[in-house]
Design a binder for this molecule. Sequence first.
Ligand code: URA
Length: 205
Amino acid sequence: MPDQRGGPDGLTSLDQLKARTMACRECPIGEFATQSVIGEGKLKPKLMLVGEQPGDQEDLQGHPFVGPAGKLLTRALEDAGIQRAQVFVSNAVKHFKFELRGKRRIHKSPAVREIVACQHWLEDEIALVQPAALVALGASAARSLLGRAVPVMANRGQWLPRADGREVLVTLHPSALLRVDPEDRETAIEAFVADLRQAQRLFRR
Ligand code: URA
C-alpha cells in the first residue's frame, strides 16, 4: 500500500506547494524562470506521470506539459487508452532551466544537484496527490522518483519499486521522441505507447 503520511515539508495543499516553489532558491534555476510550474490533474489518481522540468511554454503559461512534448504525451496516452483527465501530470524539477541564444530560450537539462534539490517538492506533491502508481518520463524523473541513476533504455516498460511501496513505470521522455529522425518517429512513438499500455492495466481493475 502507498505510504499515507505527509510529505517532507508538511504541506496541506497544492496552492501551498505553488507558493513555496515560487519562492524557492535552493538552486539557481528559479531566479531566471518566470514562475514555478507544479503538477495538475486528478487527485488520488491511479497514475501520476512525472517529466523532467517545465519547458518554454510551460514556464510562460504556468501549466505542465502544454507545449509540443505535452501534445505528444496527451496523444500517446490516448493511444494507450488513458485519458489525460484521469491522471496527474507533473515534473521532477519545478522551474524551467534554459540558456539564452539571442532572444531564444533553449532548454538545458537540470544537473543532478538541481534534481536532488527539488526532490523534496516532488515528494510533497506525491504526498498531496496520493497516486497509486507513477510513470517516470525519462532519466531525470526516474532519478528523482527512485533516488538513484536508472538507465532508461535498459529499464523501459518495467515497473520498479520505490521505498514507499509505489511502483514506478520507466519510459522515455516525450521530448526524446521529438528528436528522433522523422522517418523513425512513428515507430518510436508506438514503442512509447506500448510502454504506457503497461500502465493502462491499472485502469481495468
Ligand atoms: N518537458 C517536461 O519534462 N515537462 C513539461 O512540462 C514540458 C516539457
